[in-house]
Ligand binder design. Structure first.
Ligand SMILES: [Zn+2]
Ligand SMILES: [Zn+2]
Length: 230
């Protein structure tokens, strides 16, 4: 793993700004990885064993993902909407999990650790780099029971919605009157009033066969990717 300062720099660049959450997130990830014995979490042999639950969708979550390489699309990053500045680091192979929680005291102590800065944000950015881990964080050893349908790896089940026909992956269907139904076809969707529309240039594609001057098909690779139903 890179050192703290280079991780903070690259994390802030990816996130878009340097903020207190980047400092806390980088340190949270470094501590979490250390607790579960992963010094190179982005290396292929380690990333396959790593799973992280983040409990907030704020700045800190980006830094945790940046440092560890966990990704929503790899199913190694789980978002649980608790609104709490905490993350649980799981070593799937060892069966160990540690929940690292940002302390409330740390915010009050920013003034003590970095009094020379003018704004609260500047004080926090500096202070969170100076505080020892045990002032910035509490750690809990926890047990996480993970459903097989939430694990990384190939899709374990696909069923078609009995109302709209869309494929539902990983057992996310509801059963209504004995038949599988996708969430958007129930009243549990986050949206309402859906209607299909036409849009401008709706026939556009990035690599159309007839535009290739040599006459050889160029679309097969992209088409192959699109055919992958995972
Ligand atoms: Zn931020
Ligand atoms: Zn449906």
């Amino acid at each position: 793993m890179d050192n703290f300062h280079s991780l903070l720099e690259s994390s802030a660049a990816e996130h878009g700004h340097l903020c207190p959450g980047q400092v806390v997130g980088v340190r949270m990830a470094m501590l979490g990885c250390r607790l579960i014995g992963m010094d190179q979490p982005k290396r292929i042999d380690q990333i396959k064993k790593l799973l992280i639950y983040v409990e907030m969708d704020r700045c800190t979550a980006d830094a945790v993902a940046h440092v560890t390489g966990v990704r929503l699309g790899r199913r190694s990053l789980k978002f649980v909407d608790y609104g709490i500045m905490a993350a649980t680091f799981m070593n799937l192979e060892a069966g160990e999990s540690y929940r690292v929680i940002s302390t409330e005291a740390a915010r009050d102590l920013a003034q003590v650790y970095a009094p020379e800065f003018a704004t609260r944000s500047q004080r926090q950015i500096a202070a969170y780099q100076r505080m020892p881990d045990n002032v910035l964080f509490r750690v809990q050893e926890v047990r996480v029971t993970i459903d097989e349908f939430d694990l990384p790896g190939p899709t374990r089940r696909k069923v078609a919605c009995s109302r709209c026909g869309q494929l539902i992956r990983d057992a996310r269907e509801m059963i209504l009157e004995g038949r599988p139904v996708c969430k958007p076809c129930t009243d549990q969707s986050y949206f309402t009033n859906a209607r299909d529309i036409a849009w401008n240039d709706m026939g556009w594609s990035p690599c159309r066969r007839h535009e290739n001057p040599s006459g050889t098909p160029t679309a097969h690779k992209a088409a192959g990717t699109l055919m992958n139903t995972n």
